[in-house]
Ligand binder design. Structure first.
Ligand code: PCA
Length: 213
């Protein structure tokens, strides 16, 4: 099995992005799956073209994207990407779409087709906080999550994809006040657990990770 794992470059005035920092430190093999690591720009559509080129080049079975969710306290496995872009800030090339569809002819949303509950469970088993998130936001992470699902549904229906958001690194929050962070080693271990769960669970497990408002 081949898994393409993507991480973003820094955005929004940050000098680092924990997603590419952790992705580039992943081992080359996890649970016998080959791990291909790719940096993508925090830029609408360009990020998707770069992922598409990598799919053509490496033919991965699974595409897992990782992004920074500053302010979240745990590793969150995203359940759903929505067909909207409503950027609160400009992306790294100055794009700021407001209430525009990502793909006009796409459905309103796509669910992840990775075993999201098994991923949460495996991370928690390692003593690392993790949960399901029901929103990937409306910025470039949601754009990539939705856009990759759209591409796979159209062109590679046997391939699977999903998205993980991770907290800030400790060094990013020194001057931010009361904002949570997670050490790089812990994030890295969490990602390895999530990828192991993907390899070992072709179907998801049946546990509740739901929320009541
Ligand atoms: N986080 C942003 C985009 C890039 C990243 O790492 C987001 O959550 O949309």
């Amino acid at each position: 099995m081949k898994i393409l794992v993507t991480g973003f470059d820094p955005f929004g005035g940050e000098t680092m992005n924990p997603s590419i920092e952790s992705v580039k430190r992943l081992p080359d093999t996890i649970a016998e799956a080959e791990i291909i690591k790719l940096e993508i720009p925090t830029v609408a559509y360009k990020s998707l073209s770069i992922i598409k080129e990598a799919i053509l080049q490496y033919q991965p079975d699974i595409i897992l994207s990782v992004g920074q969710a500053g302010g979240r306290s745990d590793i969150t496995i995203e359940r759903v990407g929505i067909n909207i872009q409503d950027f609160r800030i400009q992306d790294n090339e100055g794009n700021q779409p407001i209430d525009e569809a990502i793909f006009e002819d796409g459905p309103v949303a796509y669910f992840s087709n990775l075993p999201i509950k098994a991923m949460v469970h495996e991370i928690q088993k390692a003593g690392i906080p993790a949960s399901i998130s029901n929103t990937a936001g409306t910025f470039v992470c949601n754009h990539v999550f939705y856009g990759v699902r759209y591409m796979l549904e159209q062109e590679y229906p046997t391939k699977k994809s999903g998205f993980i958001h991770i907290p800030y690194l400790p060094e990013q929050v020194i001057h931010k006040g009361n904002i949570p962070s997670m050490a790089l080693d812990v994030i890295l271990e969490g990602l390895i657990c999530a990828i192991r769960a993907i390899v070992e669970n072709s179907k998801d497990i049946n546990i509740s990770c739901g929320t009541i408002c």
